[in-house]
Design a protein around this ligand. Structure first.
Ligand SMILES: CSC[C@H]1O[C@H](OP(=O)(O)O)[C@H](O)[C@@H]1O
Length: 410
């Protein structure tokens, strides 16, 4: 195992055909890379959320099928049939049901193999080659697409601010983690924030600039507090961490009362989230709490002038769009274990004589009575009528037509 203070969630050695992932359950404290050698290793790591984020879990799953196949071919074990490989792939799809990237990628791999081979055929190096090429392309395309998505987000944000005749500093609210730790790099919603931070700086003369990011801590698994804060701090992007239940007060303080929060008075102009599954009509499943953010923006906008309105942006690569599902009503929402809500895990922190924080052993702390009824859906669905724009790697952001409908087909 290696430790590495990096934002690289996934490491794949093309020559050695070796896969390791950053154990994200230990972040934001020093963590380790753990090897993924089998489909079962990947299932467990995805299920436990040692790796999470819709694009990242699809990439890790695809690479895991590649590595598993490679190691099996090298072993002296009984050759595997295509049917057996397909069955393992179908098992891996069940590790997390809501994020469509996972099922899309593994279904693509299944189709690729079955287009050229019969179920009873032996898994040979030719099968491996198909899977390897697909997995490497998925990883590399995701990274390239995230930079395009970031630029498209900047274009949309610039257009809106110009239309609203907005001048000065602005803020962005986001939820969960949608950055390098959730993708192959740069990120989706956090990728837009990275690109905005780089391209809309005060000294670049556009007349408006990003002053503050407000990441929601994202209960109950705290991806915002643990992961997005880690990324924003790493990139030196100005941010202030808030609880999920603070967003209404934040917007009321900044945008309505025109007062400051900490040292910033920049109004919230955008709420930017990721997605785990965007369906045909634009309804978008994302981390629990996202629907609430869309509702909050809608509530304020009902009182705001056009120039004051807050825009709600969903950011995702096209691999997150599910054209098989017509509306959000049909999206399966993953429910997770109760203990994610009734306990908190983390290291013991102590400050030594030199004032340096030392990271000790990992503990689990109870924050609710044991054996109680808990509801822990990992996602909710923001209806398309509350979404202003869906930003992908395609050139222009998708916005609704005069009938209030998205057309996500290009
Ligand atoms: C680019 S990540 C997309 C999406 O995935 C996250 O879910 P999880 O942390 O449970 O894997 C979150 O909903 C992000 O918005």
């Amino acid at each position: 195992m290696s430790t590495d203070n990096t934002l690289q969630a996934i490491k794949f050695d093309k020559e050695q055909v070796a896969l390791s992932i950053l154990d994200q359950l230990l972040l934001p404290y020093p963590t380790t890379y753990i090897p993924i050698n089998t489909i079962e290793d990947a299932f467990q790591a995805i299920k436990k959320m040692q790796v999470r984020g819709a694009p990242a879990i699809a990439i890790v799953a695809s690479f895991a099928v590649t590595v598993d196949t490679h190691l099996h071919l090298k072993s002296k074990d009984q050759p595997r049939t295509v049917a057996q490989l397909v069955s393992s792939i179908e098992y891996l799809i069940t590790s997390r049901p809501t994020a469509v990237n996972l099922s899309n990628a593994l279904t693509d791999i299944k189709k690729l193999v079955l287009q050229s081979f019969q179920p009873g055929d032996e898994v040979t190096s030719k099968v491996f080659d198909l899977i390897y090429k697909y997995s490497v392309a998925l990883f590399e395309d995701d990274l390239a697409n995230n930079y395009k998505l970031g630029d498209n987000g900047v274009s949309y944000i610039t257009k809106i601010l110009q239309q609203q005749n907005f001048k000065g500093p602005f803020s962005i609210v986001t939820i969960c983690n949608t950055g390098s730790l959730a993708t192959s790099g740069h990120g989706t919603a956090l990728g837009i924030i990275r690109s905005v931070h780089q391209q809309l700086k005060q000294d670049l003369g556009k007349g408006f600039w990003l002053d503050q990011v407000y990441p929601c801590e994202t209960r109950p698994y705290n991806q915002g507090a643990k992961l997005t804060s880690y990324e924003l701090k790493f990139e030196k992007i100005p941010f202030t961490l808030i609880c999920d239940n603070m967003v209404t007060s934040l917007i009321n303080t900044l945008n309505v009362q025109k007062k400051s929060v900490k040292s910033s008075s920049a109004p919230v102009k955008f709420i930017i989230t990721g997605a785990d599954r965007i369906v045909e009509n634009g309804d978008s499943a994302n981390k629990i709490g996202t629907f609430q953010l869309a509702s909050i923006a809608n509530q304020f906008n009902s009182r705001f002038s056009e120039e004051e309105k807050i825009k709600f942006i969903v950011a995702a690569p096209r691999t997150t769009i599910d054209f098989e599902t017509k509306t959000g009503e049909d999206i399966v929402i993953e429910e997770r274990p109760s203990n994610e809500l009734t306990t908190l895990k983390g290291p013991v922190l102590s400050v030594n004589e030199a004032g340096v924080t030392e990271v000790g052993e990992k503990l689990t702390v109870g924050i609710a009575p044991p054996d109680i009824s808990v509801w822990n859906p990992a996602f909710d669905v923001a209806p398309h009528d509350l979404i202003d724009a869906i930003v992908t790697e395609d050139t222009d952001a998708f916005v609704k037509n005069s009938n209030g409908e998205f057309n996500l087909r290009v």
